[in-house]
Design a protein around this ligand. Structure first.
Ligand SMILES: *Cc1c(COP(=O)(O)O)cnc(C)c1O
Length: 226
């Protein structure tokens, strides 16, 4: 078994354990292999080992890889999207995890309406308040999510967050709890946003315990990035 295949096996086993610990069905958790900076050959290896969804953070890089790889691969955008790149996302991505402001959402809406498409998105929330992080400020999330949800050509599937970097997975828990809390609060207002994209290589087990439905795992699958 290749190293990548063996890493995937380990991650899948950990997903099953974490879900069981939380009393959840592991089928509720989708694994997204974050393949930014990873070459097409390695992505193919992960695909051959059974992974279907790959996450990228640059539009051009994803497009180039998608052209070289099987068309059955599903690409997700997980990184910040610049408004001048919006026109490229429609043919490429199944889901945009990182809609991080109302102006960006409006820009996507404008383009989507123009070409007559509806696109699935998540709204990125800045749960930590760190100034270096993209995302809708937590305090503004309620009203901004409601505004974005009104945009007809955007299908808001859920919420996403990135916690501050820490070597200790337990430090992420509070931020994942905050995202779950926001989802529950929105649900009470009849806004049903089932997906929670949270959890990376170092803390995805904690994220699963806190309700993640999409985990974004790079290093634990492909090894350390250059
Ligand atoms: C790079 C990246 C990941 C994956 O991080 P790892 O620590 O390598 O698992 C997840 N989410 C986003 C938004 C990223 O940019």
């Amino acid at each position: 078994m290749s190293e990548i295949a063996s890493n995937i096996k380990k991650v899948k086993e950990a997903i099953i354990r974490a879900a069981a610990k939380a009393g959840r069905n592991h089928d509720e958790v989708k694994l997204i292999a974050v393949s930014k900076t990873v070459d097409a050959r390695k992505i193919k290896e992960a695909f051959d080992a059974g992974l279907i969804i790959f996450g990228e953070n640059r539009v051009q890089e994803s497009k180039k890889k998608a052209d070289e790889l099987p068309s059955s691969i599903q690409w997700h955008l997980v990184g910040h999207l610049q408004s001048n790149k919006v026109k490229y996302i429609f043919d490429l991505f199944e889901l945009i995890h990182s809609v991080d402001s109302l102006p960006l959402a409006e820009e996507i809406q404008k383009r989507a309406e123009c070409i007559g498409e509806v696109i699935d998105i998540l709204i990125q929330i800045n749960t930590s308040g760190e100034k270096t992080k993209f995302g809708v400020p937590y305090d503004a999330a309620f009203s901004v999510v409601k505004e974005i949800n009104k945009l007809k050509n955007l299908n808001v599937k859920g919420l996403m967050t990135i916690p501050p970097y820490s070597g200790n997975p337990e430090s992420s828990r509070i931020f994942y709890k905050k995202l779950k809390y926001l989802q529950t609060a929105l649900e009470k207002e009849n806004l049903n946003l089932p997906e929670l994209s949270m959890g990376m290589s170092n803390d995805y087990e904690v994220a699963i315990e806190e309700g993640a439905t999409l985990i974004r795992v790079g290093t634990a699958i492909f090894g350390t990035r250059e």
